[in-house]
Design a protein around this ligand. Sequence first.
Ligand code: GAL
Length: 673
Amino acid sequence: MRIGVDYYPEQWDRSLWEKDVAMMKDAGVKVVRMGEFAWSRLEPQEGKYDFSWLDEIIGLFEKAGIEVFLGAPTNTPPLWLYEKYPEVIQVGKDGSPVSIGIRGHRCLNSPVYRGFCKKIIKKMVSRYKDWTSVIGYQIDNELEANHCCCPVCQQEFRKFIREKYKNIDEVNKAYGNSVWSGEYSDFSQIGPPFGPHQTWLNPSYMLDFNRYASKSTVEYVEFQRKLIHDMDSKALITTNNWLCENMPDFYDMFEKLDFVSYDNYPATLLPEDKESLYSHAFHLDLMRGIKEKNFWIMEQLSGPLGGWAPMSQTLQPGMLKGYSLQAIAHGADTVVHFRWRTAVSGAEMFWHGLIDQSNVPGRRFEEFQELCRTVDEWRELEGSTPESQVAIIYGSDQEYAFKIQPQVEGMHYFTQLKAYHDAFASLGIGVDIVDARSDLSKYKVVVAPTLFVTDREMVDKLDAYAKRGGRLVLTNRSGVKDDNNRCIMSPLPSVFADMAGVHVEEYDAIGKRWQKLHISQAAWLLQDKRMWAERQGDELACQLWCDILESDGAEVLARYGENFYEGRAAITANQYGAGEVYYVGTVMNRCGMVSLMSEIIRKAGISHIENLPFGVEHTVRRKGKDRWHFLFNNTSSNQEFEMRWRLPAGMRNNYDEAICLLPFEMKMWKEED
Ligand code: GAL
């Protein structure tokens, strides 16, 4: 459990180093990340290395008892390298090399680039492997799936397709290439998607390209990991993850790395839409779920954001400390703040760190010191991990396929997941966001939103989960495609129809227009609906998508309240084996989502705080028999309430307490037996 900072000694005058290190030590900083962009300082000319300055600063940290996490500086090859070996430059989808001068312009597959990476990484790791303060390495920086279209990558993509399908007829069959005379007669006709009209390209081919692009990045990560590990087997190795346009498959990318690290920049301006308020929690749960273990934050919000864009609002009092502690409550064990001091040059000079350019520590720095003290006091949490009885399934195939073919304006894969996460967060229930391949049997409820692309293994897994007594929630746009991203010729939700006990007669992509939704006779929904309507001022409603359902044995929980399908089923529940499968054929508002999830967890026997004020979140970390509860206020107002628990029958309620949370305040308490 510790707090760290990102530090860029190469950007500061040497005279500042000692003072910086002393101040860090004083504040309680336990670890620094450095070096991830310093290639031109470490290898100023080809083959001429200078690590003396890095030795010096690591030496200062070592003396101060602060650990060092080094970045392999491969994100920013020096200009001499680009100039001398232009083939290492990435090629865009317009077929031309990208213009250099910013960062990350290298092609991950280029053998020349890899050769230089190998040399600099070897120099670095062999030099520091025996230094006690150097504990690990970050691979590159904020990697994306590799969409480079250079000649090497064209070959690599072709190779990927050839290895997957073996002969060209199989490719044609898998992609359904008879459409628009798209049949290949030779592998040489296959290349990355060039040109501006990518949405018109065959979705089966595009999904394969996305899978290849992810694999390509994963292989690059493995290339660096192996290199580092072979030289220093005790070093911790990770890469700093982020949520970007072209995300690699996280589960594959981190499979062999020691832990996940994430760059966490919660918005400083609180969102107006209620759904987004729990977004940060969603991202943290997604990161923890990648390896299903605790993680690091490698870059944490420390000041107003800006530089290439106009500046954001500054951090309100409490935000700096609160968001850091929130990450810990969700399973972060180390939180590294970006950055120690705001840059005075370069594009990021307004992306603020803990200390402003003036070098005069101010309000945010004081809060940071307070944070370090609190985390120090929380040492007993060491070894504990978040506890969740609910899982939401995430999959990169769904993410890619949904981006390749958006289904209706406003409906995104991620927002579908977030809406369910938001409902559980509103109820004070911790959620794991996991891969479909993980062990689901430990969860009482599994929500699998929008299983657009399917494969047999996943379907069997969910089937077995429900049959053995699990509560499974399926949604609209599930069972639409096979593993090749082609439509399945069967009434939706096709491969899930048996489990759901329902089929879709017709669907209506209504877009961002709210429609009335009526609950059926189910009294529970009405009761909770009233409760939520009172607190949220909402009525049950749905938007974006309406599956018009016909029950094949499932109970109808809600019906559409308007349109030509008024009175037709929208949400159903089906007894399946020892479990229950819900099918939500539409996208409900918060009131509906919270009501339905609240009922599902009641049936599943999950206890929760039933009167959490909106914006307060509740999570639990556990170590053996010990459990720590966390309450975090995501809002800018005080939140006062008498905690009231909803517990399964027979359980005693011994946690009632009056709570007052200041804006962005985190409260932790240990459960007494
Ligand atoms: C991250 C990146 C950092 C820095 C930061 C602030 O995306 O890894 O190097 O650029 O954002 O912009």
